[in-house]
Design a protein around this ligand. Structure first.
Ligand code: NAD
Length: 354
């Protein structure tokens, strides 16, 4: 065994069907009494309304303002409402954008959070906050933003449309893929990474065939937790850098961008991280990780080109410039020409280069 360092993250996980009903109990276990609820418009009349019922008079405020990429101006608006309500905790219900808003508020107020995720993005399992201001997305790591409790209720995911299921599942897999070749990788995170990729790889085709497949939904949500946990415990590399840049600077949709870029980032790192990528291939039951990820997206009708998700070809040079100006660590050093070529392949939806 090679030398390694590993710091587990402290956070309680409650996983199952119907666990939304247990949120009031979890609030009490945290010693809290006054919850400010954060959600988005999609959930306002359904799951968020049910959450308010579960919380009863413990809910002291509600914001359904969460939007993609956590813009700082939205956070500041919501902060005013939070401070008027003077809660002693935050409870978020929604996808990664809602979790992001909750983290942004927690970062500024120090309030503890309970997160109830409804997609596979995995943000709830990380101490990472990504925020967008003036067209640039920046990320920070702080234990202040790590939810104290995550309540996974599989039932909340049963109606998630196929496309969102597949792209947010690919977003989760990306966390685990990069964890396997992370600079600070470790055997515990790698075990979770392989498990998470395998669970999502098995579950997503079943969900695409039947969105109400309870066992597949449960496996996929477990995979999302496992992959999110990977992102929470080790560093990111080229893939996440590219996606943050494309989301923050070109306003591309987050999970779709991950879906398109992942096979290309993996192909880029193929020769520099062969052992890690062999583990990805093994988890997916394929010969080559990049091909396997590309084929999976294709088979599940997920987007495979940047063009299809709104990128302009004329922005490729600028994107390559931004991506290489302050690069993240990556197993294969990045240079502008190679990243420009990668982005061009991804723009056109070509099979990743060999
Ligand atoms: P999202 O939260 O933006 O949701 C996408 C859309 O799907 C929204 O319209 C939402 O209302 C809807 N939605 C959510 N759950 C649904 C459900 N169960 N059924 C039907 N519709 C549903 O998207 P996302 O992909 O979950 O999250 C993306 C965001 O998460 C980005 O801002 C990204 O930066 C962030 N993120 C952060 C981390 C981190 O560790 N900090 C990790 C992953 C993602």
């Amino acid at each position: 065994m090679d030398a390694f360092e590993y710091t587990p993250l402290h956070g309680r996980v409650v996983f199952g069907h119907g666990t939304l009903a247990r949120v009031a109990e979890e609030l009490s276990l945290l010693g809290c009494r006054r919850a400010f609820v954060l959600s988005d418009l999609h959930h306002a009349k359904t799951a968020a309304a049910k959450l308010l019922e579960v919380l009863g008079d413990r809910a002291v405020g509600l914001s359904t303002d969460a939007v993609m990429h956590t813009p700082v101006e939205v956070t500041e608006r919501v902060l005013d409402r939070v401070s008027e309500a003077s809660p002693d905790c935050l409870v978020s219900l929604g996808g990664g954008s809602t979790t992001g808003l909750s983290k942004a508020v927690a970062f500024r107020t120090g309030l503890p959070q309970i997160a109830i995720p409804t997609t596979y993005a995995g943000s709830e399992a990380t101490p990472i906050l990504g925020q967008t201001e003036q067209g640039r997305k920046t990320t920070l790591r702080s234990l202040k933003v790590l939810p104290r409790v995550v309540v996974y209720d599989v039932d909340l995911t049963l109606d998630m449309p196929v496309r969102l299921s597949v792209v947010s599942g690919a977003n989760a897999m990306a966390h685990a893929v990069e964890a396997l070749y992370a600079k600070d990788g470790n055997p515990v995170t790698s075990l979770l990474a392989e498990q998470g990729i395998a669970a999502l790889g098995r579950a997503l085709p079943l969900i695409a065939a039947d969105t109400q497949h309870r066992k597949a939904r449960s496996d996929a949500l477990f995979g999302a937790w496992a992959c999110g946990n990977c992102l929470g415990t080790v560093g990111m590399a080229l893939h996440h850098k590219l996606c943050h840049m494309l989301g923050g600077s070109f306003d591309l949709p987050h999970a779709e961008t991950h879906t398109v870029i992942l096979p290309h980032a993996v192909a880029f790192n193929r020769s520099a991280a062969p052992r890690a990528l062999a583990r990805v291939a093994r988890a997916l039951g394929v010969d080559d990780a990049a091909d396997g990820l590309f084929d999976l997206a294709h088979k599940l009708d997920a987007p495979t080109s940047l063009k299809a998700i709104g990128m302009a070809e004329s922005d490729l040079d600028k994107a390559a410039e931004i991506a290489t100006s302050v690069p993240y660590w990556n197993p294969r050093p990045v240079d502008k020409g190679a990243i420009r070529a990668l982005l061009e392949d991804a723009y056109h939806g070509r099979r990743p280069s060999h």
